[in-house]
Structure formats: structure tokens, C-alpha cells
Ligand binder design. Sequence first.
Ligand code: TYD
Length: 205
Amino acid sequence: MRGKFITLEGIDGAGKTTHLRWLEYFLKERGETVIITREPGGTPLGEALRGILLDDRQVMHAETEALLMFAARREHLDKVILPALSRGTWVISDRFTDASFAYQGGGRRLSLQKLNELECWVQGEFQPDVTLYLDVSIASGRQRTSNIKQADRFEKEQDEFFRRVREAYLERAKKFPERIRVIDANQSLEDVRRSVEKSIATICA
Ligand code: TYD
């Protein structure tokens, strides 16, 4: 049986990493084989591209940024995601294509048509089985990222950028209500977990 593909999305500081680890534990307890991966990244080439994309000393055109995101994704699908799914392994990815629509489309205001074309080129009809979008206010996202490491090229952006990213995520959730579940991540950890569990119930059945 083919494994399931779950993606987690949210603005920086939404708490993806915490919930991703818990989701991995939850699925393993149920007896699934699970791998965790991330974008940009997930392969040696993808991780090298991630280094460039997140490096705040890099200056690049918004389309270059989008092309590099999709180049990393092409490699990720080919080397990690698709082979794992066909082995029956479940794949949880910290971000996937919705992030390109939110950050490059919303944040950088890139043409959605161009992003659609890249999506079509890189993944055809392939989509996650479910996407959990952890929604937090810009202020709480900021608060959570300000405690950690040095800010990367995206985290250095202004609130206005993240407002556009968040709006683009919510737009996308409206467009694909079957696949994208919006989870209010301002709730307590317990409540978010309950929502995550509920959101994946259909694919666990
Ligand atoms: P993130 O996943 O937040 O990692 P960390 O928690 O270690 O900071 O960092 C990845 C950044 O890349 C994030 O700011 C969003 C951005 N990104 C895009 O702009 N487009 C994309 O398609 C993807 C996958 C990520």
C-alpha cells in the first residue's frame, strides 16, 4: 500500500517543528513507518540550495528564488518523497509547494500563473494527501522566532511581508478546502494536538 503524504505549513514561528515531532510519534504509535523531511531541503542538493536560499547575504531576483525552491523540490520528489510513498512509508514534510504560493506568490508578489506552471512542471497532478496549515497571528509568529538563532533571509522580512504570506496561505486553504486544514495555532498545545489528530483522521481511516 502506498504511504500517505502529509505537509505542514505556517508562517515562521507557527510552531510547525513541535507539532511535526508529535505527529511523527502519533503515527509511529499507530504502527506506521514514517519519515520526516523538509523544504527547501531533504536531499544533499536540496540542503545546499537551502543554504543559499536562507543565507541573508544572498541577493536574488524573486523568480530566481522561486526557481531554486522548485529545483530543490524536483530533487526531493525524485529522491525522497515518491520512493518512500511507493515503499508504503508515510512522509511528513515541513513545508511543500503551498509555501511557494504563500512566500513567493504572496510575500514576493510573484505571478501565480508562473507558480502554477512551475508546480505543473515539477509535480504534475501530485499533491499531499493532507496539508496542515498552522495559523498564527503575525505578532505571535514574531515572538516565537525572536527567541531563536539568528534570523535567516526570510525571517528578516517586515511584518507586511508576513501579512501577505499569511493571506496567501488562507486564500490557498479556501481554494483547496478538501486538502488544506486550517488549524488555529494560537490555541494551547493540547488543543492544537487535538485539531491535528482530527485533521488527519480521514487519511488514517
Ligand atoms: P523554515 O521551514 O521556517 O525553517 P526553520 O524553522 O529552520 O527556520 O524555513 C524555510 C524558509 O523558506 C521559510 O522562511 C519559508 C521559506 N520557503 C519559501 O519561501 N518558499 C518555499 O517554497 C519553501 C518550501 C520555503
